[in-house]
Design a binder for this molecule. Structure first.
Ligand code: ADP
Length: 240
């Protein structure tokens, strides 16, 4: 029993039956939207996310342009029907925060210097939410950017690590997120392990942080393989 009166780990297993270092099942499909330059549909456990990428295209109004590089503008939105209680439509503090950190993470990996004065718009629509949607959004956005042919140093991947009942766990569920002790979403460039996003809600000791980071990096590398497979599937199908 933890301080919230919940027991989230029983006999070494989590409430959904997963091992502590196991991520929820992930399905990725690249190039699902006809009008977008690049797109991706991703299912991750109970999360369903659709991403559309447009650009690079001229950024208007002009005073928002950067003379030396493109801006990567991510917009994260949760559908009103994506959560148990209807979510009030439109942007709120949480969605603005996720849009901002996602834009910054993606700006760190795109060769923005190749497109002065341009914008690359990334629309992340969460259709079903069950914790970990920012990681699902970044993972899907990375595939959609690659599908749009946007030059990047690597294809980023994201996953959260956290602590529940004093144990480190990968890819938290809603209950683990709500009643656990810590939640740390990260996004990395899998090839170099460069960190593009790191947030932390709760507390970890230094040792837990080091071990948790290694766990999350390992998970991102597995997710990276699924992203590459999805892109290969799309392009090998369209070549036939
Ligand atoms: P993330 O989805 O990246 O884990 P949070 O930790 O902020 O981001 O949210 C955790 C989960 O809480 C979401 O995935 C979603 O399932 C749920 N949630 C978020 N906002 C709302 C809301 N307005 N109403 C109901 N549930 C929500």
């Amino acid at each position: 029993m933890n301080e919230n009166g919940m027991q989230l780990i029983k006999n070494g297993k989590r409430i959904d039956g997963r091992e502590t270092d196991e991520i929820r099942p992930i399905k990725i499909q690249a190039g699902v939207l006809y009008r977008a330059d690049g797109s991706c549909y991703l299912e991750w456990g109970g999360n369903k996310v659709l991403v559309a990428v447009y650009g690079p295209r001229e950024l208007l109004p002009k005073h928002h342009q950067h003379p030396m590089r493109a801006m990567v503008n991510a917009t994260y939105n949760m559908a009103a029907f994506s959560v148990e209680d209807r979510k009030r439509p439109g942007p709120d503090r949480r969605s603005r925060e996720i849009s901002k950190v996602t834009s910054e993470a993606l700006t760190g990996i795109v060769f923005t210097g190749q497109f002065p004065r341009a914008t690359i718009d990334v629309y992340i629509e969460v259709l079903d939410a069950q914790a970990g949607t920012r990681c699902a959004g970044i993972t899907a956005a990375a595939v959609a950017l690659a599908d749009a042919g946007i030059p990047m140093r690597d294809i980023p991947a994201a996953c959260a690590v956290g602590k529940v009942d004093g144990t480190l766990v990968l890819d938290l569920t809603k209950e683990e997120d709500n009643y656990g002790e810590a939640d740390m979403p990260i996004a990395i460039a899998p090839r170099t392990e460069e960190i593009l996003l790191m947030q932390m809600d709760g507390h970890l000791t230094m040792n837990e942080f080091d071990t948790g980071l290694d766990l999350a990096i390992g998970a991102c590398k597995k997710i990276s393989e699924l992203q590459k497979t999805a892109l290969l599937e799309k392009y090998s199908a369209s070549a036939q």
